[in-house]
Design a binder for this molecule. Structure first.
Ligand code: 5AD
Ligand code: SF4
Length: 420
């Protein structure tokens, strides 16, 4: 989502102000840092990065802080780093053309939304188009700061999303990536009088766009994975067979304390239905360890879900208390060392699962959409089920889909050769 927000700001600056991108911060007239605030670490990193940029920037260059940490800290950022010229919240990115002209501007209003509906053209990748389908989040997961920084959830009208997909196809992209904090809750609320369309119907409509061959999306919420959604996912050949299912915890007790709205059994039931209906589906997840109150037994439940689902990819985090959240006030915290130990145990267990999964890829053939030129004489792309594969080759393969046989496997990237 931050990549898409950055694209949006770059588009505005480019169209209205004539700015161009540079890789060299010493040369830049404007340096912007787009921030995350989900965990504490990136917030600390922001201030050290800011200090660094302030030292090397050229005379008169401006520095702006955008994104969720901007929303959350607001004018505090300018207090701590007085050389910062403006602060622009995650929900306000389309105001970029205005705030750069108002020194010390702080725009972090989360009621502001219509702006996000106006799309400007800029894409980081020529082969894949990120498209926002909703902004904000209506859930109240007790560990999560996002609803406070990105505000209430509002869906973007379906016809605008389909128009974006058409534009992407016309410019040569074969893949669209639909984005929202909770994509399968799509359609609950629009800002005006728009046609009510749910996520499953939106997927159907986007898949009618000629030229778009692959549709990805993130993040769906396990609670809203109803049968209709899973069946469309299984049936529709344009929908990539890779599903992100953020588990957070395998313990029903902890899930309740997190206010996730589902139990261990529900999660297992949905994952089993997916595996049964979609051969070769890859399932990724997010897991938090050491949430307040997590006992060794609760943690064992998380390992048990990993054992049963056998995720192809896990993003795992030690719980980090965040301001403005309910969990921050919980007193039954887990010792930090126990948290680190659980995180290493979880990651080591996942490594053993992953080694078995990737060993099974050897010799198999997949269709790969090549998107990236690597410096070492390789091109890289993804299979429909999200396996990253590198093949010896040059830019002639970029933007093409080819059949590849996997010849060498590892945890992160697989190697292959083109067979057709
Ligand atoms: N501490 C640790 N991890 C968190 N996440 C969100 N909030 C926190 C927190 N306070 C993780 C969740 C989410 C992912 C984007 O970040 O797993 O799915
Ligand atoms: Fe945060 Fe929960 Fe919303 Fe995801 S669904 S953004 S974890 S509040």
């Amino acid at each position: 989502m931050n990549v898409r927000d950055s694209e949006h700001m770059i588009a505005e600056l480019n169209a209205q102000e004539g700015y161009e991108l540079t890789d060299n911060p010493r040369e830049a007239d404007l340096i912007m840092i787009n921030t995350c605030s989900v965990r504490e670490k990136p917030v600390h990193k922001l201030f050290s990065e800011l200090g660094g940029f302030n030292k090397l920037k050229k005379e008169g260059a401006k520095i702006g802080v955008c994104g969720c940490t901007a929303s959350h800290l607001g004018k505090e950022i300018i207090k701590r780093a007085p050389y910062v010229n403006f602060v622009l919240g995650a929900r306000n990115v389309s105001k970029i053309g205005e705030v750069i002209h108002r020194d010390k501007a702080v725009e972090i209003d989360i009621d502001y939304d219509e702006s996000q509906f106006a799309f400007k053209d800029f894409r980081t990748s020529a082969y894949k188009a990120y498209i926002n389908i909703s902004i904000g989040c209506d859930k109240q997961c007790t560990f999560c700061i996002v609803p406070k920084t990105r505000g209430d959830e509002i869906s973007i009208p379906a016809d605008l999303i389909v128009a974006e997909a058409l534009k992407a196809a016309e410019s040569g992209a074969k893949e669209v990536f639909l984005l929202g904090q909770n994509v399968n809750n799509y359609g609950r609320r629009f800002s005006g009088d728009h046609e009510k369309v749910n996520f499953t119907e939106l997927l159907r409509r986007v898949s009618t766009v000629e030229g778009i061959e692959r549709i990805r999306f993130t993040s769906p919420h396990p609670l809203h994975m109803d049968d209709e959604f899973i069946e469309e996912f299984a049936r529709n050949p344009k929908i990539c067979k890779s599903m992100h299912m953020p588990l957070q915890s395998g313990s029903s007790e902890i899930l309740k304390a997190m206010k996730r709205g589902y139990s261990k059994e529900w999660f297992l039931n949905r994952a089993a239905k997916l595996r049964a209906m979609v051969p070769d589906v890859s399932i990724s997840t997010d897991i938090i360890v050491a949430f307040p109150g997590e006992s060794e037994e609760d943690f064992a439940d998380t390992l048990d879900v990993m054992r049963q689902v056998r995720f192809e990819q896990i993003f795992s985090f030690k719980y980090s208390p965040r301001p403005l959240t309910e969990a921050e006030k919980m007193t039954n915290t887990v010792d930090s060392e126990i948290g680190s130990e659980r995180l290493s145990r979880l990651q080591a267990y996942q490594d053993t699962i992953l080694d078995e999964i990737t060993a099974g890829y050897l010799g198999r053939e997949f269709d790969v959409y090549f998107e990236e030129l690597r410096s070492d004489g390789y091109v890289a792309g993804r299979t429909d089920n999200n396996i990253v594969i590198k093949v010896k080759g040059s830019e002639e393969w970029l933007g093409k889909i080819a059949r590849v046989r996997i010849t060498e496997v590892s945890r992160l990237v697989q190697y292959g050769e083109i067979v057709a």
